[in-house]
Design a protein around this ligand. Structure first.
Ligand SMILES: [Zn+2]
Length: 94
């Protein structure tokens, strides 16, 4: 499990309940982001982080088992600074 405490993960979505994203776990090339508090998971995508290449079936089996206890949700997305700026510009043009 990769701790995301020090990494921005908003571009991959956040827990719809609390807006947090605690870690990600790989199952093969799939990256699952999780909120431990609410036991939610959402798939960030495939092969975005190279870490899965250093793992093996044992790790993925353990991760899949852990994730089985988590509910799949649609994550919440926050606007990036760029999107915010674009919205401000659009409002100015209207
Ligand atoms: Zn949460």
């Amino acid at each position: 499990m990769k701790d995301l405490k020090h990494e921005p993960c908003s571009e991959f979505g956040a827990c719809p309940e609390c807006g947090k994203c605690d870690a990600y776990m790989n199952v093969n090339r799939n990256h699952w982001l999780v909120c431990h508090e609410h036991k939610y998971k959402w798939c960030a995508g495939l092969d975005l982080f190279g870490t899965w290449r250093d793992e093996n079936d044992d790790t993925w089996d353990a991760n899949a088992e852990h994730l089985a206890g988590y509910a799949t949700v649609i994550p919440r997305y926050f606007m990036t600074a760029f999107e915010e700026l674009r919205q401000v510009q659009m409002r100015g043009a209207a």
